[in-house]
Design a protein around this ligand. Structure first.
Ligand code: ADP
Ligand code: GLC
Length: 486
């Protein structure tokens, strides 16, 4: 089965969030099950730099709005990701100062509709045989950046009536839709009638996400819980109607953990490794972390951590509100994150007020994320909404019990600890009400369990033994690919 994955980022070369982790882990997992996946990516600097054995498939002739990109399509190998790749080499579009979606001042690039329109268009060209030596049977597009791929495919099928590869569209986060002024539709080369209520139009604007939701053969999102939630007005971000209409083609497939990257038994970023039956290494990680953070080096108090983008979605103002009470409970707190300036400042201030008990590192640091998760006892993920969430899965794997809000993928992956579940299926702590009080209630239960070392260990080892790898999710994607393949 030949599958073209289309996405804008991929671990470890370019990452702004969990999307990159998924894009980096799914292809090797599919290959392990006998499939033949390739990825198509924009030619951002870090991706081009690591493309090995590159050959030019051809110079491309995109629709007028995107002609300025002067794109070439390269094919090669991204060894760092273990995958064969097509890369859109279009320097005017992708080689810029700043991030993949926005400039250094966080302002989205004015031509994002064209930059990512080109990605979807190129995917559809590959699907129609642009590379004679490899034609996908399925195109799997991820998030709004790739969402025009199914629209271009449909347009091609309508034009010449050929049977083309099937398409899957995965929503990683419905909150980021790729919304543009209507004028950006012109020149994308899509049929005029695609700009309508049953198509890419959304309250008079152009909506990339909606293209994926309308034209893909199947829609998936990254947890069963979120698949249901986004069909409701509260969580549908204005697209719940479309999603309800397509409910029969919509399903949730949980993300996994890439165990080549996140595994405490082999993690080269840690000073000591460990596994469920042998936890001495985890204690060493905790002591080393406390030392690194300038916290008292001792094992008796629970260390809470957060590794997160600092955005409204993640509910971290609840942590700020609860922090004084959390410290009164005898816990210590450490955060690694970046994003919203007000949240960054608030966490910095909290750390300055209690340097003995609170450590905050603003920035993005892959290796520190590993040390922080390994060395902590509890990882907090109090999100307002969470399509899947990966850090709670890393928490499970690392015996750092997740304390999460009961929403989306968090609810699907963490089982609450109550007296009656300790011996049964408890793997963490779950709260319902989106409030500091809700979070604190769960933290109190966590601290109670922490003071009962035998029970703590029981839950911890169960958490670590949860099957969170990519095998099951990859098998489910393959099943869907088979259903839609040309
Ligand atoms: P989202 O994609 O919504 O940000 P996920 O939990 O799915 O949330 O994925 C976040 C990913 O980004 C995880 O791999 C997490 O470890 C990583 N991450 C988030 N913030 C940082 C940071 N400041 N430094 C290093 N890694 C981070
Ligand atoms: C999004 C979501 C996150 C999910 C990730 C990967 O960024 O916010 O919940 O884990 O995509 O699917």
């Amino acid at each position: 089965m030949r599958i073209l994955q289309v996405c804008a980022e991929i671990f470890p070369l370019l990452k702004t969030g969990g999307l990159a982790d998924v894009a980096g882990a799914l292809p090797p997992a599919l290959r392990a099950q006998g499939a033949d996946p390739r990825v198509l990516l924009p030619g951002f600097g870090p991706i081009l730099a690591k493309l090995e054995d590159a050959t030019e498939i051809g110079r491309l002739d995109p629709p007028p709005a995107m002609a300025g990109a002067r794109p070439r399509l390269l094919q090669g190998r991204l060894r760092a990701c273990g995958v064969d790749a097509y890369v859109l080499d279009a320097p005017p579009y992708y080689l810029r100062e700043g991030g993949p979606y926005a400039d250094a001042a966080q302002r989205p690039y004015a031509d994002n509709a064209q930059r990512f329109g080109l990605l979807g268009w190129a995917a559809a060209e590959l699907a129609q045989g642009l590379d004679p030596s490899w034609q996908p049977q399925v195109v799997h597009a991820h998030d709004w950046h790739a969402a025009l791929a199914p629209a271009y495919l449909r347009a091609a099928a309508e034009t010449d009536g050929r049977t083309l590869p099937g398409s899957i569209y995965t929503v990683h986060n419905l909150a980021y839709q790729g919304l543009f002024e209507a004028r950006h539709f012109d020149g994308l080369g899509l049929p005029a009638h695609f700009f309508g209520m049953h198509g890419l139009e959304f309250h008079g604007r152009l909506n990339f996400m909606k293209a994926g939701l309308y034209y893909a053969d199947r829609i998936t999102t990254v947890s069963p819980g979120y698949a249901l939630e986004i069909q409701s007005p509260e969580q549908g971000c204005g697209l719940d109607g479309v999603l309800r209409e397509r409910a029969n083609q919509l399903s949730g497939i949980l993300n996994g953990v890439d165990e080549a990257v996140w595994n405490p038994a082999s993690d080269a970023m840690l000073g000591a490794t460990y596994q469920p039956g042998r936890l001495a290494g985890k204690a060493r990680c905790k002591l080393a972390l406390q030392q690194e953070l300038g916290l008292d080096a001792e094992l008796g108090t629970p260390l809470l951590c957060v590794v997160s983008r600092l955005t409204e979605q993640k509910g971290l103002h609840l942590v700020l509100q609860a922090l004084p009470s959390l410290l009164e409970l005898g816990t210590r707190f450490a955060l690694l994150g970046s994003g919203d300036a007000a949240l960054e400042d608030a966490f910095r201030t909290a750390a300055a007020a209690r340097p003995d008990a609170v450590a905050v590192r603003i920035g993005y640091d892959e290796s520190f994320a590993h040390r922080l998760i390994a060395g902590s006892d509890i990882i907090l993920v109090p999100s307002r909404f969470e399509p899947c969430g990966l850090t709670q899965l890393y928490g499970l794997k690392y015996g750092t019990l997740p304390l999460v809000r009961r929403v989306g993928g968090l609810a699907d992956t963490v089982n609450d600890t109550r007296l009656e579940t300790i011996d049964l299926d408890a793997t963490g702590f779950v709260f319902d009400e989106f409030s500091a009080a809700g979070l604190l209630g769960a933290a109190r239960r966590a601290c109670t369990l922490y003071r009962r070392p035998a029970d703590w260990k029981l839950v911890q080892q169960r958490a670590m033994r949860q099957p969170v790898d990519w095998q099951a999710p990859a098998a489910r994607y393959l099943e869907l690919y088979r259903q839609v393949a040309a």
